[in-house]
Design a protein. Structure first.
Length: 44
């Protein structure tokens, strides 16, 4: 029973880590998009 619980916790942890990575990736992409859309803001 303990083993099953541990694997369930690991599965949920890896799932949330995957979601965090996806979120961070999309945030980084959005930031890069805004940087390239408005280069004058970066240069000023």
């Amino acid at each position: 029973m303990l083993k099953k619980t541990a694997s369930g916790v690991l599965a949920s942890l890896s799932g949330s880590t995957y979601r965090s990575v996806r979120l961070a990736t999309s945030l980084a992409a959005a930031l890069l998009d805004s940087l390239f859309e408005h280069p004058e803001v970066v240069l000023a």
